[in-house]
Design a protein around this ligand. Structure first.
Ligand code: GLN
Length: 310
């Protein structure tokens, strides 16, 4: 990256102006009624680096629904709880299918392809839930996320969770299918109640960038998981974090990332930074349209792709 005190800030300002000036903002997720109400004109980007002040541009202090970005935190907790035994219940391969797809789950007898598609995340939530109540589980998850972000002002939006409880029929179908194959230890309504609340965690872009610092793998970052786990979680984010758009994100950005239908994306620059972007409009894969475009611009300008700079 170009040297100079303000160069990173200049890049963030440039990325934000380009995003605000883009007329085609994608489509806000409307299958969760509460998310359909979010204003698509918003955009934010924030960069957290171990031991340095977090930088941002745009609406970086507006909370948004992190949705599937939460699957990264649940995966870290599930691996912490059962270690590699998790892989007996969920795979580590990209699915090439939409996040809520059922087709491979049927072909592969109830073992989801990876922990970031919905079926796989329902299994990791079930793993974290085993032996405790949904309230305790969500308490541990919030504690983890708050410790990661160094910020106690992170909460669950109950209306968003309720909105999904009443409309999330496909997730109920996935959970029941998992149960029919013996791959769910808890009752589907308990697992999904926990899963929908975990998805309804709200964070600002600044908080999310800070919360990703534990995956950067730097000594000055919060040490919440081992270096070995950091490497593995990043590998899964790179290969599976954007569903059937994971190859596209790797091609365009070249960094491990995890998206959510709230329009947030958490991207890790191993050894350097944790970057969060947010713009509510989605592309055809259900990933933030402007967020993806912004990260492509950001990776080009910083030269931070793990595959080399230009
Ligand atoms: N809560 C959402 C769902 O289960 C999460 C999906 C997503 O962010 N891709 O449908």
């Amino acid at each position: 990256m170009a040297q100079g005190k303000d160069s990173l800030q200049q890049i963030l300002d440039d990325v934000a102006s380009a995003a605000f000036a883009t007329p085609d903002r994608g489509r806000v997720a409307d299958y969760i009624p509460e998310l359909a109400r979010v204003n698509p004109d918003q955009f934010a980007v924030a960069v957290a680096r171990p031991g340095k002040k977090t930088m941002f541009a745009g609406d970086a202090h507006t909370p948004f629904s992190i949705q599937s970005v939460s699957k990264v935190f649940t995966l870290a907790l599930a691996l912490g709880k059962v270690g590699d035994r998790l892989w007996a219940r969920v795979g580590r391969e990209p699915s090439g299918q939409a996040f809520d797809s059922m087709i491979l789950l049927e072909q592969e007898k109830g073992r989801p392809r990876n922990p970031f598609i919905n079926a796989g995340a329902i299994v990791t939530t079930d793993t974290v839930l085993a032996g405790s109540s949904p309230r305790e589980t969500l308490g541990s998850l919030l504690r983890f996320v708050r410790a990661a972000a160094g910020d106690d002002n992170i909460h669950i939006n109950e209306s968003v969770a309720q909105s999904e409880i009443t409309t999330g029929h496909r997730n109920f179908a996935l959970a029941h299918f998992l149960l029919s194959h013996g791959n769910l230890a808890n009752a589907p309504d308990l697992v999904l109640g926990t899963y929908f609340h975990q998805c309804a965690i709200e964070m600002t872009c600044t908080q999310l960038a800070n919360a990703g610092l534990f995956l950067v793998g730097d000594k000055a970052a919060p040490r919440l998981v081992s270096p070995d786990r950091i490497r593995r979680i990043n590998a899964l984010m790179m290969t599976c974090g954007h569903y059937d758009g994971s190859g596209d994100y790797a091609y365009r950005v070249g960094l491990p990332g995890k998206s959510g239908v709230g329009g947030g994306i958490l991207t890790i620059v191993p050894g350097i930074a944790s970057v969060a972007v947010w713009s509510p409009g989605l592309n055809n894969y259900g990933n933030s349209k402007l967020g993806t475009e912004a990260m492509q611009r950001f990776a080009d300008m910083t030269g931070w792709s793990v595959f080399g700079s230009r």
